[in-house]
Design a binder for this molecule. Structure first.
Ligand code: NI
Length: 460
């Protein structure tokens, strides 16, 4: 006998996600993941000055802002043929990484941990499932102390970001051409102190808390598995030219790692609420025309595919390509890689602070061209992020954004292949369909950002 379960909302943040799973003989046999709003930034940007893109696109969401600023800055630099000076490049890396630290700390403690640890008997920890928790109360109390400490520590990461980017979220300090804040000795000392506090918390608490959770819930190294198909655009360039990245570019399938070919990325629209004019189109060429109520569609997320196949992005993909972590592709591997990446990022930031050169330029002045196109590829907190800009008469004529959550949470494509999260849910044993705790744990291991994947609530 089959049974249908609907979970809605599936995140602990404001944006809505909705999942429908079909269970037969205690296991998931089908999953459909959708979101209920339309993003629309591509449409808002038409006709604007291209220099608006790094500011406006950050408003897509409140937690990956520096990622959008970075991708937009890269796209505009590609358009104008300009690169930042070394200081500007380092400052932008520091801002993006500080935002990633706050994201990863908040994801682990605020979004993922309540799936495995019972918090106090008050909001936002209740209501929750009654079964499926297995840590001793003493250990849960300790982890919850760290939960509240994580709120403070993630705020310090935001203070770091604001010191270089003007404010948090939605930084003003990431520009095409470089950054804005001239570094000096006092600023570097202050940032080093902040970084030491964050680094100590990660090393002394976050790493061991992950170990506690992963040892108690070992079956999650088997749950949430999917075929090895991962994609990395490249995260944190080594030099201003962006030829190499600290987390290298790569496309991994079962038959090995290949170079990324951006022209192999295309968006499928058959199961998304968008008008389809002519089959899957390459990135930058796909029209964004919303079509609410379209027959056969079930999500406001488009389905990006690489060579026609679904790919997963995120910290696990990055660490896999970099050769730092290759244990497996499961829910617990995703959580483990994210924590490990947080630790690695702190080490990189320390080096970059040392490399900043007071008195040297932070920005390369340039004139935006009146026409042309530009592609900005980076990894962001949750995986590969693409911004494409086309300019005519000095104004944006076309803009396109493909987010990590669009990759991970995409619906079925034109060939009917499920998206990565839909794949990861298949085969999951659900002990009690009345309390499907396993489903949420798997979905949240991907760190969903649905506001980045879609946007604007549909009026009913
Ligand atoms: Ni986002």
């Amino acid at each position: 006998m089959s049974r249908q379960i609907i979970i809605d909302p599936i995140t602990r943040t404001s944006s809505r996600g909705h999942v429908e799973v079909t269970i037969e003989q205690g296991k998931v046999v089908a999953a459909r993941l959708s979101t209920l709003f339309f993003r629309g930034f591509e449409i808002m940007l038409r006709g604007r000055d291209p220099r608006d893109a790094p500011y406006l696109t950050q408003r897509i969401c409140g937690i990956c802002a520096a990622g959008h600023a970075t991708a937009a800055a890269y796209a505009l630099e590609d358009l104008a043929g300009v690169r930042p000076p070394r200081n500007g490049h380092l400052l932008r890396n520091l801002i993006l990484t500080a935002d990633t630290l706050q994201n990863h700390i908040r994801h682990f403690y605020l979004f993922a941990m309540p799936d495995f640890v019972r918090g106090p008997e008050r909001s936002p920890f209740i209501p929750r499932y009654r079964h499926g928790y297995r840590l001793a109360p003493k250990i849960e109390t300790r982890l919850m102390e760290h939960y509240f400490e994580a709120v403070k520590v993630s705020r310090i990461a935001h203070e770091f970001l604001a010191a270089l980017g003007g404010k948090a979220p939605f930084v003003h300090g990431i520009l095409p051409g470089g950054a804005t804040v001239p570094p000096d000795g006092a600023l570097v000392l202050d940032l080093r102190a902040k970084l030491d506090t964050i680094g100590r918390f990660i090393k002394e608490k976050m790493v061991s808390d992950l170990q506690t959770v992963s040892e108690a819930y070992r079956e999650y190294y088997k749950f949430g598995r999917r075929p090895l198909r991962i994609l990395v655009h490249g995260f944190l360039p080594v030099d201003p030219e962006r030829k190499r990245f600290h987390f290298p570019t790569g496309v991994v399938e079962e038959d090995g790692t290949k170079e990324l070919d951006a022209s192999a990325i295309a968006e499928h629209l058959r199961h998304a609420y968008f008008k389809e004019d002519a089959g899957p189109q390459p990135a930058g060429q796909q029209e964004t025309t919303p079509q609410p109520g379209k027959s056969g569609a079930y999500s406001w997320i488009k389905a990006p595919r690489y060579n026609g196949r679904p790919f997963e992005g995120g910290p696990l993909a990055r660490l896999w390509v970099a050769g730092c972590y290759r244990r497996g592709i499961s829910a617990m591997d995703r959580l483990t890689a994210r924590v490990k990446e947080t630790e690695i990022l702190c080490g990189l930031m320390k080096e970059w602070l040392e490399e900043l050169a007071p008195g040297e330029p932070v920005f390369t002045p340039f004139k935006p061209p009146k026409s042309g196109e530009g592609l900005g590829l980076t990894d962001s907190m949750r995986g590969p992020l693409l911004h494409y800009v086309q300019v005519e008469g000095g104004r944006i004529s076309r803009y396109e954004i493909i987010t990590p959550s669009a990759w991970n949470f995409s619906p079925r494509d034109d060939a009917g292949r499920p998206g990565p999260v839909e794949e990861a849910l298949l085969g999951t044993p659900v002990a009690d369909p009345g309390e499907p705790i396993e489903i949420g744990r798997i979905i949240r291991s991907f760190d969903p950002c649905f506001s980045c994947a879609t946007h604007i609530i549909q009026k009913e």
